[in-house]
Design a protein around this ligand. Structure first.
Ligand SMILES: Cc1cc2nc3c(=O)[nH]c(=O)nc-3n(C[C@H](O)[C@H](O)[C@H](O)COP(=O)(O)O)c2cc1C
Length: 165
């Protein structure tokens, strides 16, 4: 049985929702043993040695990863499959939705590829960009942006399932 860890950093919750969806698909359709860990001061030193695959997710806000998700990338992933996703609702995901591929590649490069290359000791097997949400501060309970889609996370989880079996 494949043992998979999903470790994520979130600010507003979208990365947590995507992590849940990925976990469900991997458990239900691919029989993975999955542990989902929200990175915090207590969990940042989670022992990754027993896992075959590690999925790292982070919120992107103010052009940055969460501090703990970025730190988590410094783990030793030798011999494991690494997967990385970002929730980038303001810039990268809208470019993908609109098919503005040059813009998409530029921001994915800055927010995802470059950060992983600089911090992780293995190349990711696959990466993904998801949406998320931003609350409308003027009108509580409404969103100025809401582009999180469950099917994006589910689809990528299917890809991970195939790449790990
Ligand atoms: C203060 C603030 C700053 C943000 N900055 C960015 C940004 O630099 N790039 C981007 O693509 N999205 C940005 N966003 C949108 C986030 O990607 C979105 O809120 C997403 O849901 C964050 O993931 P999380 O919900 O897991 O925290 C920002 C949102 C807020 C509220």
């Amino acid at each position: 049985m494949v043992k998979t860890l999903i470790a994520f950093g979130t600010r507003f919750g979208a990365t947590a929702k995507s992590s849940e969806v990925i976990a469900e698909v991997l458990k239900e359709k691919f029989s993975h043993e999955v542990e989902v860990v929200k990175l915090s001061s207590e969990t940042e030193n989670v022992d990754i040695t027993k896992f075959d695959s590690v999925i790292v997710g982070t919120s992107i806000a103010r052009f940055s990863w969460t501090k703990r998700a970025k730190k988590f990338l410094k783990n030793d992933f030798s011999g494991k499959k690494l997967f990385v996703f970002i929730s980038s609702a303001g810039i990268t995901y809208p470019a993908l939705e609109k098919g503005e591929m040059e813009k998409y590649e530029k921001w994915k490069g800055r927010f995802l590829d470059r950060v992983v290359k600089k911090n992780a000791n293995v190349e990711p097997t696959s990466t993904a960009v998801f949406g998320g949400w931003m609350e409308n501060k003027g009108k509580p309970g409404t969103y100025s942006t809401y582009n999180w889609k469950e099917e994006d996370a589910a689809k990528w989880a299917e890809e991970i399932g195939k790449l790990t079996s």
